[in-house]
Design a protein around this ligand. Structure first.
Ligand code: MSP
Length: 523
């Protein structure tokens, strides 16, 4: 039976239009899902919306809408974006759906009954945008330690979750599972800054607003948004519902993808909630970095926000995803600049990959009427060395994908693109043709096609259209388009490449396009 792989994105706040940061998180999860699928896993990708809370209530009010009207509109827009980005999510959970709300109320009830949640009074500094209370000492210069905004002193009757009870078990779990949180630096941060000094009990209900899941036995209280939101990962699978077959099949999650700003909720509170529910913990949580702009964080007031739609429309989905995945190193922040985007497009996609395909097809047509017969009987040392190089790249790429170092996987694939271009310069096919060294020339053409086939397989999880175009132009049979066929190098037989090669990426005029992208940021 196939192994399963359950991967999730955070569920997004419907507070505004999604920018490329949100798109990145989802593209990353989708890429990993598609890779796992190509490796034979039975995959399940969950995404959705985090629709409760005071902030949403306020945004709706500002737009003259009811919260429900507002979140309905936003959910539709989100799904449209995921369609545009061809995200292969298996479900789309919304925290306002009855299937979710019912279970959240029940979970709360249960935790109360078993004594993990107790009633008390809360007084503290509240950050409205983060919907989080802080103690005096946690504040930074009297402001929210997470977002730096103003906080307000508030006091309310509230329910608390007994975090202290589970802290020891969580510390033990961290010690037993050193790769639970990736990258390691984030784990150390959580461990040293939160777990080691001792956990505070967590306030898990609010009375200051209404837009949320009501506590069953005390309905003037609304369940804290993070307790509500985190449970989406199990409510979507049917936890505590009549049909919990997905829960049985897919839980525990193999990977939660989150941004570094929300790792504390996923790395500390979520595992503890799960312990209290007596459920297994997720296998891994990966915290990625932020997409920054030249002048810092994206923000509407700075006028430096860039949205995915116009970029995809003008440059295509593949180029957009290539840029994001390549530019964002494992766990680190990356920067979006119009110059960087246009350079990657022109150098990596147009010059390196596009030209490699075009030159290859052109030469096969010119020298062999478009035909590749079979693996050559005799290979040169350079041919053999190229085969070894390709094998090395494949092993590396797999390792990078398996450890979620996606930008390294992309970069490593481009090493193969570069090496293959260099192979043309080394073997000088035009001289072989002139000197009528047919056999050698045939071998060179075979190896070029073979490497392009491998490249097309390696990029398929994030550049599906380009991959398909390469297969089609080279007329690679289906059985040689699979991940399993990657390590074969001598199986191509009797193919005829296209006579009219299509340009994969047409060169951009840097000045014109940088201006165009800057215009996109003004909207
Ligand atoms: N609703 C919560 C998540 C609940 S999960 C149980 C939330 N939503 S969010 O919409 O504010 O953010 C969703 C994700 O987008 C987070 O992982 C966040 O890190 C990510 N990003 C927001 N801005 C980003 C960038 N500029 N760059 C990369 N990711 C960014 O938090």
């Amino acid at each position: 039976m196939a192994e399963k792989f359950y991967i999730t994105t955070p569920i997004y706040y419907p507070s505004g239009k999604f920018h490329i940061g949100t798109a990145y998180t989802t593209a990353l999860a989708n890429t990993i899902k598609k890779y796992k699928k190509a490796r034979g896993y039975e995959t399940y990708l969950l995404t959705g919306m985090d629709e409760h809370g005071q902030k949403i209530e306020q945004v709706a009010q500002k737009n003259g809408k009811t919260p429900q009207e507002h979140v309905d509109e936003m959910a539709e827009a989100a799904q449209k974006l995921w369609e545009l980005m061809e995200i292969e999510n298996d479900d789309f959970i919304r925290t306002t759906q009855p299937r979710h709300e019912r279970v959240v109320a029940e979970i709360f009830d249960r935790l109360m009954e078993q004594g993990d949640i107790y009633k008390s009074e809360y007084e503290g500094w509240y950050c409205m945008p983060c919907e989080t209370y802080f103690t005096e000492t946690q504040l930074v210069d009297g402001k929210c330690p997470d977002c730096g905004r103003e906080v307000k002193k508030m006091k309310e009757e509230a329910y608390f979750f007994n975090m202290k009870k589970y802290a020891g078990r969580l510390i033990q779990f961290y010690n037993d599972n050193p790769n639970f949180i990736l990258p390691e630096s984030r784990k150390n941060e959580l461990f040293n800054n939160f777990l080691k000094p001792g956990l505070e009990d967590l306030c898990v209900s609010r009375t200051s607003f209404d837009w949320g899941v009501k506590v069953k036995k005390d309905p003037k209280h609304v369940v804290y948004v993070w307790l509500d939101a985190l449970t989406n990962y199990i409510t979507a699978l049917g936890y505590l519902s009549d049909d919990d077959s997905l829960m049985k099949k897919y839980w525990p999650a193999d990977l939660h993808i989150v941004g570094k700003d929300i790792i504390r909720f996923h790395g500390i509170y979520w595992p503890i909630f799960l312990m209290a529910l007596d459920l297994p913990l997720p296998k891994q949580i990966y915290a990625h970095g932020f997409i920054m702009m030249k002048d810092g964080k994206m923000s509407k007031s700075k006028g430096n926000v860039i949205y995915p739609e116009p970029l995809i429309e003008r440059y295509g989905l593949d180029a957009f995803q290539y840029f994001l995945l390549r530019e964002m190193s494992f766990g680190q922040d990356g920067t979006f600049t119009p110059e960087g985007f246009v350079d990657r497009f022109n150098f990596d996609l147009c010059n390196d990959l596009g030209n490699l395909l075009n030159r290859t097809i052109g030469m096969i047509n010119k020298y062999f009427a478009g035909e590749i017969k079979q693996y050559p009987e005799k290979c040169s040392d350079i041919d053999k060395e190229l085969e070894q190089f390709a094998n090395g790249v494949i092993t590396q790429v797999e390792e990078y994908f398996d450890t979620y170092h996606i930008s390294n996987a992309v970069a490593e694939t481009w090493n193969l693109v570069a090496r293959t271009n260099k192979y043309i310069d080394e073997t000088t096919p035009w001289i072989l043709a002139k000197e009528d060294r047919k056999e050698e020339l045939q071998s060179v053409m075979y190896h070029l096609v073979e490497n392009l086939r491998k490249i097309a397989i390696l990029i398929k999880p994030y550049m599906t259209h380009t991959s398909e175009k390469i297969f089609a132009q080279l007329s690679i049979p289906e059985e040689l388009q699979t991940w399993d066929s990657l390590k074969e190098y001598d199986k191509i037989k009797n193919i005829t490449v296209t006579q009219t090669p299509e340009v994969l990426f047409a060169r951009l005029d840097p000045e014109v396009e940088q201006e165009a992208i800057k215009e996109m940021m003004k909207v």
